[in-house]
Design a protein around this ligand. Structure first.
Ligand code: NAD
Ligand code: TYD
Length: 335
């Protein structure tokens, strides 16, 4: 089972697995929040007959989750579902606690009750807090989350840790840096900048634009998760990163350069409260123990990503206009 498979990374992961592993079938459990979009997976049932199905539901609904586990008899769980946007968590933290903390514990309980063989928690480097100008996050770096989003993801990681130590559950945890690529919801930096620039709209850059993120192509993240699922050691944490640090303002300028749009679109706006200064991952454990390394160069990844958003204008325009939510109303509200 994949949770959150209608979101950005989950939908990429489902495609990646179905394409690269003939012996794995997938059930995608997703609540279809504002960030879940079944258009990311349109046509997949036809492309991989009998190997994929979708179930709409909430990971924080205990009786629903237990019934689903009983009916479907999953072997493995890969847990992506989450409220994922830092800015939204600053406005309202409660949905993050419900989905990210309660939802994780309910999945852990169901996984234990129904003897799941492997449970993989998809976490984030944001649990480590913020770095200064030097240094990297290793798996031993203390957990010091600064936003309600990262605090809720940290709580979930600690529940997974407790499930291993107390109940000896077969759990794995991955902590990845910022992802980019196809199907990312256009509230996050890279798709927001590309889609706004294509529409000649202002490009909001928080603060002085000098906050640094380590960017990894989503396909590299998906392959890393699959690697941990197949070769990881239970109870361990694996950091995943691109070794690819960029100040936000330079990412924005790079996108403008690829698009041939003017820098006059850039607007420096009020900073995000509690804005983490720098994230940078030490991914040596993934390389030395599991043999994983990123395959995309940033030049190739960002150019392909910009081209993808140019070629899928319908997809992001429907999101930005809110039209995609009508699809769900038609599809589900009559059920
Ligand atoms: P996303 O917001 O694009 O997708 C989240 C998905 O989860 C959506 O389809 C949504 O409908 C679903 N969901 C939310 N609450 C749910 C609930 N209660 N029950 C069932 N489904 C629910 O997020 P994303 O960027 O794809 O991130 C996926 C995971 O990866 C998250 O756990 C996130 O913390 C982690 N992560 C993301 C990044 C990144 O750069 N995007 C980096 C590292 C880790
Ligand atoms: P984001 O994509 O929200 O990811 P995260 O906060 O989880 O790292 O933001 C990436 C960086 O870009 C972060 O430093 C905040 C900044 N940012 C902007 O400057 N402008 C924006 O409009 C957004 C959404 C983000």
């Amino acid at each position: 089972m994949v949770t959150g498979g209608a979101g950005f990374i989950g939908s990429n992961f489902i495609y990646h697995v179905l394409k690269n592993r003939n012996d794995i079938n997938i059930c995608n459990l997703d609540k279809l929040t504002y960030a879940g979009n079944l258009e990311n997976l349109s046509g997949i049932e036809g492309q991989y007959p009998g190997r994929y199905h979708f179930v709409k539901g909430d990971i924080a609904d205990e009786s629903f989750v237990h019934t689903l586990f009983e009916t479907e008899q999953f072997d493995e769980v890969v847990h992506f579902a989450a409220e994922s946007h830092v800015d939204r968590s600053i406005h309202s933290a409660t949905p993050f606690i419900m989905a990210n903390v309660l939802g994780t514990q309910i999945l852990l309980d169901a996984s234990r009750k129904f003897a799941i063989k492997k449970y993989l928690q998809v976490s984030t480097d944001e649990v480590y807090g913020s770095l200064g100008e030097t240094g990297y996050f290793t798996e031993e770096t203390p957990l010091q989350p600064n936003s309600p989003y990262s605090a809720s993801k940290t709580a979930a990681d600690l529940l997974v840790r407790a499930a291993f130590h107390t109940h000896h559950m077969p759990v794995l945890t991955t902590r990845c840096s910022n992802n980019y690529g196809p199907f990312q919801f256009p509230e996050k930096l890279i798709p927001l900048i590309i889609s706004n620039a294509l529409a000649d709209k202002a490009l909001p850059v928080y603060g002085d634009g000098m906050n640094i993120r380590d960017w990894l192509h989503v396909t590299d993240h998906c392959e890393a998760i699959l690697t941990v699922l197949e070769k990881g050691k239970f109870g361990e944490v694996y950091n995943i990163g691109g070794n690819n640090e960029w100040a936000n303002i330079n990412i924005v300028k790079k996108i403008l350069e690829i698009l041939g749009k003017p820098e006059s679109l850039i607007r420096f706006v009020k900073d995000r409260p509690g804005h983490d200064q720098r994230y940078a991952i030490d991914a040596l454990k993934m390389k030395n123990e599991l043999g994983w390394e990123p395959s995309y160069t940033f030049e190739k990844g960002i150019t392909e990503t910009v081209e993808w958003y140019i070629g899928h204008k319908d997809w992001w325009e429907r999101i930005k206009s809110g039209a995609y939510t009508d699809y769900y109303k038609n599809q589900y509200e009559k059920n």
